[in-house]
Design a binder for this molecule. Structure first.
Ligand code: NAD
Ligand code: UFG
Length: 337
């Protein structure tokens, strides 16, 4: 059985490929390589012993989508392709809306043409904006987004929900990821951001390996355990297993309609707690300074993860130490390349 994985050459995509292939599902990767390197797919082959089918192309290109659906007739789609840098999205809103929203519309048109009605979408906890309740349940209000990236995720959820409403056979699961971190325990795949990392964990990794001098901790006066921002970090392998669980549920059960499901651990971790955990796991010092708050940041964000357990029989299994150890192994691999 084939599943189309858009954005499958990226950070989360490659981890999903490993889980799908190890479960006997044949992924078909469609990726324009705008934020990925094909060598990551070769390393997926090293892990799984099989090469994933790969088509280099853009989800906004109707012809490429047609050729892909004609040749492979995927039964379902894991839709991960998208641009994801919050700051860049503020600078380039049209590019973000075009890539993420117009791309999703092209994909849905082609799915409809080829009677493919099952899709799992990479959404984000960012759709909750500044949450009123912690932990955040799926029923919390969404749409209070503060940047075009977040707004594109919110809009795509609405589009998918309307599509599922109009087509009684459509099955949609929007997975709202909290903060994916870490890397595959093999040390062969992980996240390798170009330039200065935007996110906490890749920044810490580069300080620990000596590529960056020090981390700026954005604010120490939030109403949190130690004043620094709190997030729900989850291991990328757990996240990938959540995708497999979502696909398997779709293939097993005929529940139609739109569902949104949080993927997080349910635990809030502060920036300084993360720094400490990384230092212990890597046996390195992570130099840091306290800096002003980052505009648009919220104090705390962590999931009510009970729906994923109820609906997907999924829960995060890997702890903070494993996230840091695997991230460190991967960082050493890329530093040595
Ligand atoms: P990534 O950039 O590593 O992967 C995205 C992949 O999509 C890349 O390989 C890129 O080349 C590809 N791509 C982008 N636009 C495309 C297009 N128009 N056509 C074909 N391919 C295209 O990012 P990731 O961290 O693996 O994220 C995957 C998805 O998960 C994204 O949709 C992202 O918004 C979402 N998400 C990520 C996080 C996170 O913290 N990493 C959190 C929440 C949601
Ligand atoms: N932080 C620092 N210094 C840094 C980077 C981050 O102190 O150099 C702090 C932030 O202020 C925040 C925490 O570390 O308190 C986490 O920041 P990240 O940038 O790693 O993650 P965010 O929660 O801000 O955002 C991420 C993605 C979004 C996504 C969201 C929810 O960047 O795209 O998780 O999934 F929407």
């Amino acid at each position: 059985m084939k599943v189309l994985v858009t954005g499958g050459a990226g950070y989360i995509g490659t981890h999903c490929l490993v889980e799908l292939m190890q479960a006997g599902i044949e992924p078909v990767v469609l990726d324009n390589l705008s934020n990925a390197d094909p060598s990551a797919l070769a390393r997926v082959e090293q892990i799984t012993g099989q090469a994933p089918i790969f088509i280099e192309g853009d989800i906004r290109d109707h012809r490429v989508l047609e050729l892909t659906f004609q040749a492979h007739r995927p039964q379902a789609v894991l839709h991960l392709a998208g641009l994801k840098a919050v700051g860049e999205s503020v600078e380039k809103p049209l590019e973000y809306y075009d890539n993420n929203i117009a791309g999703t519309l092209q994909l849905l048109h082609t799915m409809r043409e080829y009677q493919c009605r099952q899709i799992v979408f990479s959404s984000s906890a960012t759709v909750y904006g500044d949450p009123q309740t912690l932990p955040i349940p799926e029923s919390a209000p969404i749409g209070g987004t503060t940047n075009p990236y977040g707004t594109s995720k919110y809009m795509i959820e609405r589009i998918l929900s309307d599509w599922a409403h109009a087509d009684p056979q459509a099955q949609v699961i929007a997975l709202r990821y909290f903060n994916p971190v870490g890397a595959h325990p093999s040390g062969l795949i992980g996240e390798d951001p170009k330039g200065l990392p935007n996110n906490l964990m890749p920044f810490i990794q580069k300080v620990a390996v000596g590529e960056l001098e020090q981390l700026s901790v954005f604010g120490d006066d939030y109403d949190t355990i130690d004043g620094t921002g709190v997030r729900d970090y989850l291991h990328v392998v757990d996240l990938a297993k959540g995708h497999l669980a979502a696909i398997q549920r779709m293939l097993r059960e005929s529940d139609t309609g739109f569902e949104a499901i949080n993927l997080g651990t349910g635990n809030g971790i502060s920036v300084l707690q993360m720094v400490n955990a990384f230092e212990r796991a890597s046996d390195q010092t992570v130099a840091y300074q306290i800096a002003p708050r980052r505009p648009g940041d919220i104090a705390a964000c962590y999931a009510d993860a009970s729906c994923a357990l109820d609906k997907l029989n999924w829960r995060a299994e890997l702890d903070l130490t494993q996230m840091c150890q695997d991230a460190w192994r991967w960082q050493q691999f890329i530093a040595g390349k």
